[in-house]
Design a protein around this ligand. Sequence first.
Ligand code: ATP
Ligand code: MG
Length: 639
Amino acid sequence: MTNLETYADFYRQSIDQPDAFWTEQAKLIEWKRPFDRVCNYDNPPFVQWFEGGQTNLCHNAVDRHLTDGADRAALIHISSETGVEKTYSFRELHVEVVRMAASLLALGVGQGDRVLIYMPMLAEAAFAMLACARIGAIHVVVFGGFASGSLATRIEDAEPKAIVSADAGSRSGKVTAYKPLLDEAIRLSSHKPAAVLLVDRGLAPMTLLAGRDHLWHEMREQNLTADVPCVWLDSSAISYTIYTSGTTGKPKGVQRDTGGYTVALTASMKHIFDGHAGETFFATSDIGWVVGHSYIIYGPLLAGMATIMYEGLPTQGMDGKPDGGVWWSLVEKYKVSIMFSAPTAVRVLKKQDPALLSKYDLSSLRALFLAGEPLDEPTARWISEGLKVPIIDNYWQTETGWPLLTVANGVTPMQSKFGSPGVPMYGYRVKLLHEVTGEELTAPNQKGVVVVEGPTPPGFMQTVWKDDARFVKTYWTSIPGKMVYNTFDWGIRDDDGYYFILGRTDDVINVAGHRLGTREIEESISGHAQVAEVAVVGVADALKGQAAMAFVVLRDTSLAADSANALKMAGEIMKRVDGDLGAVARPSRVLFVTALPKTRSGKMLRRAIQAVCEGRDAGDLTMLDDPTSLAQISRALNH
Ligand code: ATP
Ligand code: MG
């Protein structure tokens, strides 16, 4: 029996006997009250997991470990921006979370109230999230890098009772004062929070509004000996809402439950990440994104692991000086066993000296998980050869909460395939549907839309915050005649059942009647040894309907500086695409830039590139990380 067949049994049980399967998984967490019904799917597509049960996320992530692991490391906060490096044991984490919970209660926050957290990667942000979970408040973490406008729309939508924030964030040594941005956002929003709790890290002066603004160090002082027990919550109680990255449009407020999410994450730590209590997990994301929720804060702590919360660039040392080896130094120092990052971060490191990968003792590391964007084969190879550990691609969304496609090495060792995130994870009824007819594609190697049939597994979004109708309309009725969850990603399944994600459904290009995923063309181009990064978009073309256009960042950007060389390089790249995919996929133009427009979460903003190429307004750009990158696109076009 091959390994895949072993996992196949596990998977099949999750689909054929979901009640038995999830009852077993539910034993991984502690319940105050047992559930009466495993899965209530009486009102599709809405699902209620573990109905009648009562539990608490904070209890399972923190308090639970006090009996057998109180002195083990829980939260390791590291900032290469400020040089802070501090480890909190489970006992210390518990004390701080209780103080934060007491402070929130004192500010009038109650069960079901929203608490918006607008913070850099500080330990206090973790305390605040866990404190909300403790008292049954709903946290709404908004990425600290957002400016007032983006923050205001989220305040407006979430209607928080309180906001937890800080004086400032720091990126690459550059301090951004948060307080003025927050004040402006509150001014712009018609909803006003009753209280604002501020962490003063001494980076920027703050003006406090009497009656509304409070300082964390003062409130903490008042609650040093507080005792705030966990509130036992119904399984379906909302734990948090989080907005999607906004790569394709207006961010959606994804809402999550308590019981299902706690079970799903705990199970994923065991079956997918294979992380064990006492070990260290290092996810390089930000708490503003779903990866930060699931795998910086909750997942590792639920598993009794220590988790590293890192503020800073991957290329900046603890002394603030450039150091492309800082992450690996942390792996050595904290004996990290599982790491989680994004392809975009690896592509940044790819421009660094490869010797940095062998400078440190990485023997504790067992796997590097990468998610968030398609992982091209050259990048995967480069990092796997450098680190000498398995690189595990995993595909999921803010909406799903945990990986939908990957390999479950905790169940049984499974083979990864370059370019594929893997196979459907247990509990997910993944299907490929024909984009137009909606028919299921059962034969291998056919391109279709990746969908999930209900009931969706525990941990999956409950609904869109305050908008059940939008949840149904956006996700469940986009394919005529079928009620299935649409991922809006395009995929293909090979003979072995491995999926390949070909890009987003709105990133498909139609060249003279041929439908091509931008991902396929990008994959071919990134196979060129000199290419560090590439974005391909479809641009309206009078003759062919659409033509592919490629924007390339070279590993050595000076290579494209002289136009003869750039022309030669473009020729090489086009030839490559001809060879891999055929002339129909050949980009009409290959242009060189030094940076590509991305969201703050590191995702390529193809819709903005496309708009610029077609001379249209690029639309909402609040999530754009580096505005000069879009200006480069228009300069390259007019060159
Ligand atoms: P929005 O939905 O607001 O447009 P978004 O889709 O970028 O934003 P996220 O939920 O952060 O928001 O990202 C999920 C998407 O990221 C997936 O739908 C997919 O397009 C892409 N993605 C994530 N992981 C992978 C992966 N391993 N391989 C390929 N694509 C991935
Ligand atoms: Mg999305």
